[in-house]
Write a protein that binds this ligand. Structure first.
Ligand code: HEM
Ligand SMILES: [Cu+2]
Length: 554
């Protein structure tokens, strides 16, 4: 608000002043909201793409969508969901919450923060411009059609003439640079700007997990950026990095891409873990079980995730000993992940559970992430991977992790922190409808993909012959997709209705314990009038219960 207020003297209309305020803002909260709005916008776009894919796969020999369009749709869908839905949403949450949670007034570099957001949005715009101007082989308006992993040499000039691949490269490259600035900023903020008295082992677990997350981003994104620049050099400067005819290597792209691509899964999952670690204790009315082991497990996951990338390459013919190494390293991740699931369950155990909407999403997350994790262990087993690699089994697996894991938790976070950001409560009734439609639709959509995959249905096929036993499972999936679509529709209706006429939230509607709830809802632009002093992990509990404060025990 500060900017809008200081510029009231200008002659512009209130709407223009408002807009100007948002576009020029360097307030971490507004930037956080901008990120989340961007993410919701692309969620609709990527969701519509997914629905089109599912409509095409409804029946055998379907001709609703041509093969070229289909290739573009799954490429745009995957790229959009990962780079322009989940990534901006987690940046949005981190931006909004971290300074509030550690009790400071803004991030370390507010202007860099704004730059990061605009780069992310600009990247999305570049990607989608391809629909209007790409001049690939088949003429006007062709989006990239090379998958979200853009395997070279299929993306080299010999196989991908025209501009569409360039839109993929530049769009993800620009947004990736924005992500890097976000990560640098976040690390500086967490390490240097905590409220007086707040030790690193007292920050909320969400902050811990975002710290590891930002560390992962700094290690994982530059190799992707490098690969993208090498690909551009191949395409435009006569380089031959990925050109096997001239001594280049096709595997090089895969190593570089998956050295980014695997940690990226954890970059998307850790913020989700962080959100769950905030929601579960509050709605169980208990202290989180095993804070220290939670933080340590996060660091371990971050570290191990950097050493498992080649489990995406079991079928490209690496040395058997390498396969064995990457298989074992992948199994290892189950240990710290298991610790987390144990700790969340132990927090639930014996708690006074309050099944409000954020908690529903948290419980949904636990179940589905567990399924995704278990099929992940199956896939890390080399012979199993050889059987189901590039089948719908894999599509089922990664959607259980990315959607059931990441996006479910982020949705729970929306319900949990919406009252803080807007001062209004979301409707619990609509929230419950959203959750159950999503939960049922999700399992109907992605569950059968396991079966279709085991029955041999390859991924990225635009249609299939009848009589292979796949029809029924595909129809279940498509029905599930539309049920989920209705769920999201209800979510958007809920957002609009609550903004207009939602119940007033008050500062601390959930009776929570972390610092963001100590501010007003929505918080003033400077966050805290007086920077709080912190003595324990639950500063608000200490305030509310002076007779039995946490700091006596920690
Ligand atoms: C957080 C949400 C989601 C993420 C991160 C995500 C991610 C991805 C990725 C990375 C791909 C692979 C694209 C490629 O091969 O290049 C993909 C494919 C696909 N997704 Fe999603 N997705 C999400 C939500 C959805 C939803 C809501 C649906 C269905 C309504 C869906 C259905 C599909 C289908 C059918 C494919 C094509 C599989 C294939 O032919 O290989 N996804 N998704
Ligand atoms: Cu992986």
């Amino acid at each position: 608000m500060a900017i809008a207020e200081t510029e009231q003297s200008s002659a512009a209309s209130p709407l223009v002043t408002q807009l100007h305020g948002w576009v020029t803002t360097v307030d971490h909260k507004r930037i956080g909201i901008l990120y989340i709005l961007m993410s919701l916008f692309f969620l609709v776009v990527g969701g519509v793409e997914a629905l089109l894919i599912r409509l095409q796969l409804w029946a055998p020999n379907n001709t609703l969508i041509g093969p070229d369009t289909f290739n573009q749709l799954f490429t745009m869908h995957g790229t959009t969901m990962i780079f322009f839905v989940v990534m901006p949403m987690l940046s949005g949450f981190a931006n909004y919450l971290v300074p509030l949670m550690i009790g400071c007034r803004d991030v370390a570099f507010p202007r860099l923060n704004a730059l990061g957001f605009w780069l992310a949005l600009f990247g999305g715009c570049i990607l989608y411009t391809s629909y209007f101007t790409g001049d690939a082989l088949y003429g006007l308006g062709s989006a990239p059609d090379v998958g979200w992993f853009a395997y070279a040499p299929l993306t080299s000039p010999a196989y991908a003439r025209g501009g569409s691949v360039d839109y993929w490269i530049l769009g993800t490259l620009v947004s990736g640079v924005g992500t890097l600035t976000f990560a640098v900023n976040l690390i500086a903020t967490i390490l240097t700007m905590r409220a007086p008295g707040m030790k690193l082992n007292q920050v909320p677990l969400f902050v811990w997990m975002m710290l590891v997350d930002a560390g992962l981003i700094i290690v994982a994104f530059p190799p992707l950026t490098a690969a993208q620049i090498m690909l551009l050099l191949d395409r435009y400067a006569g380089a031959h990095f990925f050109d096997t005819q001239a001594g280049g290597s096709a595997l090089l792209w895969q190593h570089l891409f998956w050295f980014f691509g695997h940690p990226e899964v954890y970059i998307m999952a850790l913020p989700a873990f962080g959100i769950i670690s905030e929601i579960v204790p509050v709605f169980s009315r208990k202290v989180i079980f095993g804070y220290a082991s939670m933080a340590a497990a996060t660091a371990a996951i971050g570290f191990i995730s950097l050493g498992v990338w080649a489990h995406h390459m079991f079928t490209v013919g690496l040395d058997d000993r390498l396969d064995a190494f990457f298989s074992a390293a992948s199994f290892l991740i189950a240990v710290p992940t298991g610790i987390k699931i144990f700790n969340w369950t132990a927090t639930l155990y014996g708690g006074r559970l309050q099944l409000r909407t954020p908690m529903l999403f948290a419980l949904g997350f636990l179940g589905m992430f567990l399924i995704g994790g278990l099929t992940g262990i199956m896939l890390a087993t080399v012979p199993v991977d050889w059987q189901v690699s590039d089948s719908y089994f894999l599509v089922a697996h990664f959607h259980y992790v990315l959607f059931g894991g990441s996006l479910f938790a982020l949705m729970g976070g929306c319900y949990y922190w919406f009252p803080k950001a807007t001062g209004k409560m979301l409707s619990e009734t609509l929230g419950a409808w959203h959750f159950w439609l999503l939960f049922i639709g999700f399992n109907l959509l992605f569950g059968p993909m396991h079966i279709a995959g085991i029955m041999g249905m390859p991924r990225r096929v635009y249609t299939y012959e009848a009589g292979q036993g796949w029809d029924f499972w595909n129809q279940l999936s498509t029905v599930g997709a539309f049920i989920m679509g209705i769920g999201f529709l209800i979510f958007f209706i809920n957002l609009v209705l609550s903004l207009r006429s939602g119940k007033k939230a008050g500062d601390d509607p959930w009776d929570a314990w972390t610092l963001e709830w100590a501010t007003s809802s929505p918080p003033a632009s400077y966050n805290f009038e007086q920077i709080p002093t912190v003595r324990s992990r639950r500063p608000l509990w200490d305030l509310k219960h002076p007779e039995d404060p946490d700091w006596k025990y920690e």
